[in-house]
Design a protein around this ligand. Sequence first.
Ligand SMILES: O=c1[nH]c(=O)c2[nH]c(=O)[nH]c2[nH]1
Length: 300
Amino acid sequence: MPILGPNQYGKAENRVVRITRDGATHHIKDLNVSVSLSGDMDEVHLSGSNANVLPTDTTKNTVYAFAKEYGIDSAEQFGIHLARHFVTSQPAIHRARIRVEQYAWDRIEHGGEGAHSFVRKGQETRLAQITYDGSSWEIVSGLKDLTVMNSTDSEFWGFVKDKYTTLPEAHDRILATEVSGRWRFNWTDDEQPAPDWEASYEQVKKHLLQAFAETYSLSLQQTLYQMGARIIDNREEIDEVRFSLPNKHHFLVDLAPFGLKNDTADGAVYFAADRPYGLIEATVLRDGREAKIPADLTNL
Ligand SMILES: O=c1[nH]c(=O)c2[nH]c(=O)[nH]c2[nH]1
């Protein structure tokens, strides 16, 4: 009979976000936690007996419950706590390996109220497309992978409800997106002075971030329009802005089965879902100008 070699199991990539509130100043801990356990697991492989198997689903629940109950001081401390728990509470588990990725966030500087707006470190990829037909230029600049989050000041309610609607109305939710945007310059003619491309890029990015941070959002669509409008209003060199904004959903984890209350108050724990995601896309134009940026940004 072939021999079973080294083996391990667990739930990988548990995306856990914890928001603590210090008055109007919020703090984020954003982790990707992978649990891998090993021990007396011959039977489950050889005969299919699950008698020694703590479900991977339970390991996931433990990650979220520990985040709620004990908080997240550091990736190391959180991982130590989890690993110790699995090894000491389960006789069949002799080794636990916890891997943690931690995503860092900077605050978005803006003039509005509160401190609950963040931009993920690592930041964006800048884009440019230049087209010239021998007489006329079309310059479209942009960015992708600029991840931002508001940990409050976002609601979504009053929407259509049909027999398939289950989404509860939200009066305080996380709003997070990975901004993909393109903007078209009205400079087309070599005879005219060209914009300062570097300064323009920095200013567009600043305006879209500040609009994201300062908009009290009733929908991501409303936030998108505000971001575009802020650019059109402040940057005369730009006539058109298009955004493609995935709604990076964060769901409050149901911790009631473990006797833990988890609401949006201080210390809320969220499951950061990666898919499916809402995808909100629109163009914002200077009055009287035409939309030229393709609807599908990947074709740009
Ligand atoms: O901001 C949002 N816009 C939507 O159109 C939508 N639809 C949905 O399920 N959640 C949200 N959120």
